[in-house]
Design a binder for this molecule. Structure first.
Ligand code: MN3
Length: 248
């Protein structure tokens, strides 16, 4: 194990606490009594999973070329760089799950931070989307929770859209579940995510939106707002609802 490449990030007790909580929930270790194990969200593997649909499935919201470059280029590179980083920094993937690693990311290198985050974020992002539909809407428990925590679906949609639009530079917008089982919207810069102990915004990610230019530039050029408006048509609400229901 090599320590020279590691950086000492300042992590507050509350950040570390939330990150540890999220990791324990996702690993099902210390919070198993609060979960329904058969419905628990699956672990995120360290290797890139097959795309759950074709490159052209999200067209015309996200075109096939963008998806192919994004999946086989950007995301695949994060996965291969992550494989290098865990080897260089002595992480045994059989012992330390990716969620656990993210919750202690302050103890690892910048390379680990970028690539563990980049890999996790994209693995989730693909699953959050499916065939475009003008009537894509949440249902059931998740719909109720959105209406409770944001007053209405319209208000929720507006808040998440505004967060995504105002995320400066490259980053991600999120819907997360907090320790008190409430829904929250926030953003993270670059490839950071809400599971990281160094993140100012913490929680268990339920829905992820990539607002890096590579996610939309071919189709939308500089018009990030148009991409965000169209993106609502491809949200896989069944997937998001299943994640939510497994955690509450
Ligand atoms: Mn991306």
């Amino acid at each position: 194990m090599k320590d020279s490449g590691r950086r000492a990030f300042i992590v507050s007790a509350s950040q570390a606490g939330v990150a540890a909580w999220a990791a324990s929930v996702l690993s099902g270790v210390s919070c198993s009594t609060r979960l329904r194990p058969h419905r628990q969200p699956a672990f995120t593997p360290y290797v890139q999973s097959p795309l759950p649909y074709s490159f052209n499935t999200l067209d015309p919201v996200i075109d096939a070329t963008t998806m192919e470059l994004h999946y086989t280029g950007h995301a695949a590179t994060y996965a291969s760089n992550l494989a290098q980083a865990i080897q260089a920094e002595g992480v045994n993937p059989q012992q330390t799950g990716l969620e656990q690693l993210l919750s202690h990311i302050s103890g690892y290198s910048e390379k680990m931070r970028t690539n563990a985050g980049g890999h996790y974020n994209h693995e989730l992002f693909w699953q959050c989307m499916s065939t475009p539909s003008d009537s894509a809407m949440p249902a059931g428990m998740l719909k109720k929770a959105i209406e409770t925590d944001f007053n209405s679906f319209a208000a929720f949609r507006n808040e998440l859209s505004e967060a995504a639009k105002s995320c400066f530079g490259s980053g991600w917008a999120w819907l997360v579940l907090s320790m008190d089982k409430k829904l929250h919207i926030g953003t993270t810069p670059n490839e950071d995510n809400p599971l990281m102990d160094i993140s100012a915004f913490n929680g268990i990610p339920l829905l992820a939106l990539d607002v890096w230019e590579h996610a939309y530039y071919l189709n939308y050029q500089h018009r990030r707002a148009d991409y965000i408006t169209q993106w609502w048509k491809v949200i896989n609400w069944n997937f998001v609802a299943q994640r939510y229901e497994a955690l509450v």
